[in-house]
Design a binder for this molecule. Structure first.
Ligand SMILES: [Zn+2]
Length: 60
């Protein structure tokens, strides 16, 4: 796996569950989808060189 930004292969990957805090506006617009959506495992990759981070969604 490579960093899409700088091409480095020094990637740190962590797995977290997609349950973030959201503001009131977010809930107003997306709340219904938030309740319908199942919890997802999300892999977060962090480039050790440039700090770029991105998610890889793993639907279960
Ligand atoms: Zn990078």
């Amino acid at each position: 796996m490579k960093c899409p930004k700088c091409g480095s292969e020094r990637i740190q990957m962590t797995v977290s569950q997609e349950r973030k805090k959201h503001g009131c506006l977010w809930w107003c617009f997306f709340g219904i989808f938030g309740f319908l959506a199942k919890k997802q495992n999300v892999s977060v990759c962090i480039c050790q060189d440039c700090g770029h981070n991105w998610k890889i969604q793993q639907s279960k």
